[in-house]
Design a protein around this ligand. Structure first.
Ligand code: BTN
Length: 318
């Protein structure tokens, strides 16, 4: 109902009467009034007058009814420690494929390799529960599909030259715009779920704390819609994740900021330097070392070109 009311308010440049809303939505005027009151309390700028109702300005809320085509799969929270925890609970309770937990803020956002992820107002923080019909060794392709989908929608929506960095960061001009974290449950060789946690710097400004990061707003010089980004990402992810892994990898290569670069890989037991040549069919990075050997990297932090001596924050491109 809320999504229908908002649709009507959004598509009407003028005030709509309570009578028209109640007639077109098939509910009483009192019911309309109650929904309008609830929406106003949630922050929607709805102006009521004796003539009816008018939406005075756009919003960027992430409430489930802002996603009419998938409303029942969106779980929104104003503030939680981490969307990863809620998504894990839902996944264990057999929630459907592509259920999404999204938060306005996280108080204990997590990044890869035991780092934290700053999650203040304005960013987009969500975890999607996926149930791919894949054997465990192929589960990585879900993450590659998500990186390709995210870089693609950022390019299409905003004309920003987003690139993918191995394994799953999104960079723009060498600065980190988004990061991904995954958590998987398997039974034997079969995947039960892969939870994809994604943080995108949209209207938050990560730069004071992390000079190696950027945001969509900083790149555009104006705020962007997190709702449209999430909706478009979910559509694109569904399309790309249906492709065969070699096709997904081919798209990843085209968007890659890593291939061809001199990289330093931080792995437990010693760092490794060389040139990133390719990703293999299981998503491992193939690095050619100065002695001409090719190393297969399946885990670790990848640093592009310049040498860093300090431990980077998760929101930063190390
Ligand atoms: C990284 O680049 O290290 C991965 C960052 C992942 C951050 C997202 S924000 C939504 C989800 N919830 C978390 O606690 N982390 C992920």
């Amino acid at each position: 109902m809320k999504s229908n009311i908002l649709n009507m308010l959004r598509s009407s440049p003028k005030t709509i009467s309570g009578q028209q809303l109640s007639r077109e939505l098939g509910v009483s005027r009192v019911a309309v009034w109650k929904h309008i009151k609830a929406l106003t309390e949630m922050g929607y700028p709805i102006v009521s007058s004796h003539e009816g109702y008018h939406l005075a300005g756009e919003t960027d809320f992430l409430y489930p009814w802002e996603f009419p085509s998938r409303e029942d799969r969106i779980h929104f929270f104003q503030e939680i420690p981490s969307t990863m925890d809620n998504a894990r609970d839902l996944a264990r309770d057999d929630c459907p494929d592509n259920t999404v937990v999204v938060a306005q803020r996280q108080t204990a956002g997590r990044g890869r390799i035991q780092r934290s992820w700053h999650s203040e107002d304005g960013g987009l923080y969500f975890t999607m529960v996926t149930r791919p019909a894949l054997p465990v060794p192929m589960a990585f392709s879900v993450l590659f599909a998500a990186s390709v989908a995210l870089a693609g929608v950022i390019r299409e929506m905003h004309g920003i030259p987003a690139e993918v960095k191995w394994p799953n960061d999104i960079l723009v001009e060498g600065k980190k715009l988004a990061g991904m974290l995954s958590e998987m449950l398997a039974e034997g060789d079969a995947v039960v779920y892969v939870n994809l946690g994604i943080g995108v710097n949209v209207n938050n400004d990560p730069r004071p704390a992390e000079p190696g990061a950027t945001s969509i707003a900083a790149l555009l010089g104006k705020n962007a819609s997190r709702r449209d980004l999430l909706n478009n990402f979910l559509d694109a992810f569904l399309e790309i994740s249906r492709m065969e892994t070699p096709q997904i990898l081919a798209r990843w290569r085209k968007l890659s900021a890593t291939l061809g670069k001199t990289v330093r890989i931080l792995i437990p037991g010693g760092d490794l330097e060389g040139t990133a040549r390719d990703v293999d069919k299981s998503g491992a990075l193939l690095v050619e070392t100065p002695d001409g050997k090719t190393e297969r990297i399946t885990y670790g932090d990848c640093i592009h070109a310049r040498i860093s001596h300090t431990k980077p924050q998760a929101n930063e491109q190390p």
